[in-house]
Design a protein around this ligand. Structure first.
Ligand SMILES: Cc1ncc(COP(=O)(O)O)c(C=O)c1O
Length: 338
């Protein structure tokens, strides 16, 4: 296994996270395969999920370069925004969030509540305008934090850029040790993909460390072509920025049949799966990312997509606070299961 010269990193995540065998879920859904879960939902308590691994590198960069504010963006229930707000508080930095809303008045719950507890300021844009205005909003904020003497590091959606990518390159190295420890010879490595940073890091890390894993992202928005292209372009940007990265051609794999009604919305099958897995293994997934990815995985197992592997590792990327804004639908699901 080759060593990689990582950029500076803060220790924010409780890692290594456990790789856990799911005995009952394997029996129910595995069709003879062993299902494993990489517990990146256990990287912390409030500061939990995949974003923390990216923020270890982003936070170190911010401190090293004298930034005093972290600015980022996402949906009102963004896990990434919540994680950034908490990291900023932990590092003594300010935080401002550029949030996207769907039109309904936003309940102060889940991630949005934690953002506010952490002292982050925010502005909310209607979903129809948010994307179009993001670039100019970021420029305006950057200038105004500069003028106020609190220079801001502008962090893109999901922390997915050539800095955040290191988080899951490093996680891939960790997975290499997990495979050895559990004597797993070869496996599929699957996860939700939203802004492609986790998928890019893992696809790159698996190639860099020569791991016997086939990385498969399950899209929660857009489609497979979009993600494959995004992984390729983010990897190119990473190669341009970091001379220590080996110039490997990445061949990403994305599945897009479990996007459902669109980003942030889930259908009854996803809610039901979340309840079933929680009852079976005591592990809640979320309706926006991990629930959809797990549903895509199960459909693919049923349809023979994984017939050539004995082991499947599902990366639980966190998102538990996203459950609370779906409480009504989940309550209905639970009642129907009784
Ligand atoms: C819980 C959870 N899982 C998966 C993802 C997807 O990660 P990425 O944005 O790196 O594709 C996110 C990103 O927002 C997330 O919050």
């Amino acid at each position: 296994m080759s060593r990689v010269d990582y950029p500076p990193r803060l220790e924010l995540a409780r890692a290594p996270t456990p790789l856990q065998y799911l005995a009952r879920a394997s029996e129910k859904w595995g069709a003879g395969k062993r299902l494993w879960i990489k517990r990146d939902d256990l990287t912390g308590s409030a500061l939990t999920g995949n974003k923390i691994r990216k923020l270890e590198f982003i936070g170190a960069y911010a401190l090293e370069h004298g930034y005093q504010t972290l600015v980022t963006c996402g949906g009102v229930q963004s896990n990434h925004c919540r994680a950034t707000a908490l990291v900023a508080a932990q590092l003594g930095l300010d935080c401002h969030l550029v949030l996207r809303a769907d039109g309904e008045p936003e309940a102060v719950t889940g991630n949005f509540l934690l953002d506010q507890l952490a002292g982050a300021s925010h502005e909310i844009w209607p979903a129809s305008d948010w994307g179009r205005h993001l670039k100019e909003t970021f420029s305006r904020l950057e200038a105004s934090f500069d003028a106020a003497g609190r220079p801001a590091l502008m962090i893109p959606t999901g922390g997915s850029d050539s800095l955040g990518v290191w988080g899951y390159i490093r996680a891939a190295e960790e997975l290499g040790a997990d495979l050895k420890h559990h004597e797993i010879e070869t496996a599929a490595l699957v996860m939700a993909t939203g802004s492609a940073g986790t998928q890019t890091g893992l696809t790159a890390g698996v190639a860099i460390f020569g791991l016997p894993l086939h990385v498969i992202g399950y899209a929660v928005c857009d489609d497979a072509a979009w993600f494959n292209q995004r992984v390729a372009s983010d990897w190119q940007a990473s190669l341009t920025r970091w001379s220590q990265l080996p110039d490997i051609d990445l061949v990403p794999t994305t599945r897009d049949h479990s996007v459902g009604p669109g980003y942030g919305r889930a259908d009854a099958a996803v809610y039901q799966l979340i309840a079933e897995l929680t009852r079976l293994e005591g592990i809640p997934l979320d309706p926006v990312y991990t629930g959809k990815a797990f549903q895509g995985l199960i459909t693919d197992i049923e349809q023979g997509f994984f017939d050539d592997v004995d082991d499947i590792v599902f990366v639980h990327t966190g998102g538990v606070f996203g459950l609370f804004s779906h409480a009504r639908a989940l309550e209905q699901t639970v009642q129907n299961l009784r």
